[in-house]
Design a protein around this ligand. Structure first.
Ligand code: AMP
Length: 289
């Protein structure tokens, strides 16, 4: 087997590598992840390679973005397989700090958010989630000083939150959104899919199907409220516990209104057993009649 991608465990080790690249005039891309990597993550690395000379992938299961009731302890940790996948995807460096490295004793600062982080979607069900995400992403941007950072549209609200923060705080990073990678059956790839039984997985396919129905219905000029009501019914009929199915402005995530015209996004979150799934799709506003 060839040489494995290098690993930095400390901020100091990360900075040393990045300084060398910057001194050589190389552009740096960052792909933040929580590990348990799949093809979706690998696609972000490939985009990073197109946009920059060097690609750093951070692997950090960030405790501050999990509520005490959530699955932090259960979150899959598969470092050896992740490293093999990133070697194959030709990443240049893994940054895999410990929680103590990221949050030393006395750590007391959190980024406060509004706008897309207060859209009444994920934030309504996970109120501490985005402050945790934004704070760790802000730290990663400051530590790695990337020119670009790649985030998946799979976590669409997160992508908008990070774009807003990078602009508002002048972080000097171009945030790039990457399309959601799906399994052949349409299920969006997720580290959490491994927790689904085969029956749960079959039931979970309703999310992608409903998003398609919403996108087609709205593009054909149907009233959003009607299409959404039908979508919610189908999801509940499949046995899922629905958190939300919403149609929003694709940029601000504000509610779409009865006769939307700007680019839209349909977003869904639902629970199957103890697993929570999210998905979303681009929606073209219908012809106004
Ligand atoms: P995570 O490790 O789940 O925090 O995800 C790390 C990054 O990978 C985030 O920017 C996600 O949006 C992105 N990501 C996760 N799943 C997918 C997928 N199926 N397709 C594209 N990007 C994804």
């Amino acid at each position: 087997m060839g040489k494995q991608v290098a690993v930095a465990r400390t901020v100091k080790a990360l900075c040393r590598v990045v300084e060398g690249w910057k001194a050589a005039g190389e552009r740096v891309a960052l792909v933040p992840t929580m590990g348990a990597l799949h093809e979706g993550h690998a696609s972000l690395v490939r985009i990073g390679r197109m946009k920059a000379d060097r690609v750093i992938v951070s692997i950090f299961v960030n405790p501050t973005q999990f509520a005490p009731t959530e699955d932090l302890a259960k979150y899959p940790r598969t470092f050896a397989a992740d490293r093999a996948r990133l070697t194959e995807a030709r990443a240049d460096l893994i940054f895999a700090p410990t929680a103590a490295e990221m949050y030393p004793d006395g750590f007391a600062t959190t980024v406060t958010l509004a706008g897309p982080a207060a859209a009444g979607l994920e934030d309504a069900f996970r109120p501490t989630h985005f402050p945790g995400v934004a704070t760790v992403v802000c730290k990663l941007f400051t530590q790695a000083r990337p020119d670009v950072a790649i985030f998946g549209e799979k976590d669409y609200q997160q992508l908008q939150v990070v774009k807003r923060m990078a602009a508002d705080l002048d972080l000097g990073v171009k945030v790039i959104g990457a399309p959601t990678i799906r399994d052949p059956d349409g299920m969006a790839m997720s580290s959490r899919n491994r927790f689904l039984s085969s029956a749960e997985r079959r039931a979970g396919l309703v999310l992608h199907r409903v998003l398609g129905i919403v996108a087609d219905g709205v593009a054909a000029g149907q009233a959003p409220a009607t299409v959404l009501a039908e979508g919610r019914r189908l999801i509940e009929e499949a046995g899922l516990a629905l958190d939300y199915l919403e149609l929003r402005d694709a940029g601000t995530l504000a509610p779409a209104g009865a006769r939307p015209s700007a680019p839209l996004r349909a977003l869904v979150a639902a629970r199957i057993g103890s697993t929570r799934l999210i998905d979303n799709i681009a929606v073209r506003a219908g012809e106004s009649s």
